[in-house]
Design a binder for this molecule. Structure first.
Ligand code: ZN
Length: 164
């Protein structure tokens, strides 16, 4: 669910053209690691809408009020949350974009509330970043200052404007 310290030992789960899914042997938590360098703004992967759901789950990405898709390719679901993310899931262009330069072997992460309005499974974040928000439960719950610090999807930004 969230980024993990790099000191743990991992086993390889899936090798892909953009990196590897590895499982933390101790916790069983999976994470996605870059297989090469990516430059800021680079499209790391495009994705398509897999199975479509009316309600969110921890595996879905939100495209609209009642549209929550499974990711295709599925391995993108192993990109975890961080409050200091290096990736952005652009749900307008259906692409995972590097927010900054990413080194080979760096864990990929994105900010869940950038695409999720009201999460089905809020969690306490332990990402360890200085700006960690603590409880992650969706864009609906961000303060204006918190929201301003992140790139949000158009759908999410529009919804905040409507409700704000
Ligand atoms: Zn955090």
């Amino acid at each position: 669910m969230q980024t993990t310290p790099v000191t743990q030992s991992y086993r390889l789960v899936i090798s892909t053209s953009i990196g590897e899914v590895r499982e933390d042997v101790a916790s069983g938590q999976k994470a996605f690691f870059a297989g090469r360098q990516f430059g800021a703004g680079e499209v790391i992967s495009s994705f398509a809408a897999g199975e479509d759901h009316a309600a969110p789950s921890y595996l879905t990405v939100q495209l609209g009020d009642n549209q929550h898709i499974m990711l295709n390719p599925e391995y993108l679901q192993y990109i975890n949350h961080s409050c200091n993310p290096n990736c952005f899931f652009d749900t307008t262009h259906l692409a995972v974009i590097a927010l900054r330069d990413i080194a080979c072997e760096e864990e990929l992460s994105f900010f869940y509330p950038s695409s999720e309005w009201d999460m089905s499974q809020p969690f306490v974040c332990n990402c360890g970043s200085q700006q960690c928000l603590g409880i992650i439960q969706g864009a609906k719950y961000l303060s204006p200052q918190q929201a301003a610090a992140y790139r949000l999807n158009l759908y999410i930004a529009g919804k905040r404007n409507q409700e704000g």
